[in-house]
Each structure stands twice: as structure tokens, then as C-alpha cells.
Ligand binder design. Structure first.
Ligand code: BTN
Length: 252
């Protein structure tokens, strides 16, 4: 697969640089990676702490499918990140990656989950159409400090057998994994990735609340459907379908 790799030492945000590069005609597959960010951004206006040692990358994509399907890319990117982490973790590390709908990657160690990576999707318009910027931040070597997320941070290199891993190792594993997942997505849609996504999904069958706007919805996590919508089983047996939101788990 062809990626156009742009490596920087320090940037404000790789998503901002990716947007500038799109304006200058950057091709599909441009992958912007920085060693650190001065104003890393998370979802919902949050700050993404970005010290040296962790991974900050943004991928420029022109989706093959209609623009309305762009949100599915966060599931495709998350699955590819989980693939990459699974490939990097040695046998016997005791840790496994898991995807959390719609755009987080967790690391589960001894049954305890932490947030390893987050994805921030943005769109950028130019005369040739709508591009997607998929920003990915991952805690590879350094604790990012307190976050207000749902899970505490997890750091990849703290896993047994993973001390030698650096951000570029994750880039190297991610690029082919994403190319493979994207090819299936382009051919078959998200339905073609659903079984693999569910196999890596965190918390299926657990009670969860999805926060979205002023009306949180609680139910049992039942999976996703062929377009990436989250399915939440209600007590009365009906299924609520959610297109967006933040999943919070009930305390055990
Ligand atoms: C989240 O809130 O979970 C999403 C975090 C996304 C962080 C990444 S780091 C690379 C890219 N540049 C940014 O400023 N944010 C994203």
C-alpha cells in the first residue's frame, strides 16, 4: 500500500497540519506523524496531552463511499489500530487490544481496561471534494497525565514484552493493517468488517450508558449493525440504535 509519510518533530496538531497539506493538494494516504504536539486536540473540545514518547498521527483519506459514511471510518481506523497493537504485543504479554465504539482503542490487562488510543475524525473541503482527516493518538511509552475520559490511560510499552516499542513501530504496523481493512470496507462496506470488529469489541453484553446531547440512553451492549450503528438492548426487549455518542460503563 502507498502511504505518503510526513514526519515532523513538533507541530501544533497533526490534524491541523493535515488540513494545511490537503489545501496544498496532499494525496489520499498522506500520513502525518509528529514526535509531539503543542496543542493536541481530543474529542468534545478536550485537550490531548502530547508529550514526546507517544504517537500522534493524522491520515488523509478520500472515502470511496458517500460522504454520509465517513463516520464509519473511525470504526475501520480503530479496528486497524487494534490489529496493529495485537501484532506488536508478544505472546504471553497478558494484554489484548479491544475496540470501544465508536473511536477508542483499549488495552485490557488482567481484565482491567485502559484507554490506549483515541481517534478524532474531521473533514476538510477543497475543490476536489470532501476529505477525511483521521487523527490518532496513542499512549506508546508515556503516561499522558490525568484525563477526564471514561477509562484511565494505558501505556503500550508498560506491557510485559513491549518495552522496546516506539511510536514508529506502531505506524509501521498500522499502515498495512489499515490498508487491508480499508480495502474490505471499500468492497463490502462495514458489514464486511463487522464480525472482526465484534471479535475485538470491549464490553459486549455489559450494561452501558450512551451519552449524547441531553438524553443519555442505557441498555445492554448488543453490538453494531452493518452500517456501524450501535445497538443497545432495552429492558423491554426492544433495540435502540445510536449513530453517535460516548459509551460509559456501569461501575462493577
Ligand atoms: C480522543 O479524544 O480520544 C481523540 C484523541 C485524538 C488525538 C489525536 S493525536 C493526533 C491528532 N492530532 C490531534 O490534535 N488530535 C489527534
Amino acid at each position: 500500500p502507498a502511504f505518503n509519510l510526513v514526519l515532523r518533530d513538533e507541530v501544533d496538531s497533526t490534524n491541523i497540519l493535515a488540513r494545511q497539506l490537503i489545501a496544498e493538494g496532499a494525496p489520499d494516504g498522506t500520513l502525518v506523524v509528529a514526535a509531539r504536539q503543542t496543542t493536541g486536540r481530543g474529542r468534545q473540545g478536550r485537550v490531548w496531552q502530547s508529550p514526546a514518547g507517544n504517537l500522534y498521527m493524522s491520515l488523509v483519506l478520500r472515502p470511496q463511499s458517500p460522504p454520509g459514511h465517513a463516520a464509519q471510518l473511525s470504526l475501520v481506523v480503530g479496528l486497524a489500530m487494534a490489529d496493529a497493537i495485537a501484532a506488536l504485543l508478544p505472546q504471553g504479554s497478558g494484554a489484548v487490544p479491544a475496540v470501544k465504539w465508536p473511536n477508542d482503542v483499549l488495552l485490557v490487562r488482567d481484565g482491567v481496561a485502559g484507554k490506549l488510543a483515541g481517534i478524532l475524525l474531521e473533514s476538510a473541503e477543497d475543490q476536489s471534494g470532501t476529505h477525511v482527516i483521521a487523527g490518532i493518538g496513542a499512549n506508546v511509552r508515556v503516561h499522558p497525565g490525568p484525563t477526564d475520559g471514561v477509562f484511565p490511560p494505558a501505556v503500550l510499552a508498560e506491557c510485559p514484552g513491549a518495552h522496546h516499542l516506539y511510536p514508529l513501530d506502531v505506524v509501521e504496523a498500522f499502515a498495512p493493517a489499515f490498508a487491508a481493512r480499508r480495502a474490505v470496507w471499500a468492497r463490502k462496506g462495514l458489514g464486511g468488517l463487522k464480525a472482526d470488529w465484534l471479535a475485538r469489541a470491549y464490553g459486549l453484553g455489559q450494561m452501558a450508558t450512551v451519552r449524547y446531547g441531553a438524553t443519555p440512553v442505557t441498555g445492554r451492549l448488543d453490538g453494531i449493525d452493518d452500517d456501524g450503528t450501535l445497538l443497545l438492548a432495552q429492558e423491554d426487549g426492544t433495540i435502540r440504535r445510536l449513530a453517535a455518542g460516548e459509551v460509559v460503563f456501569a461501575k462493577p
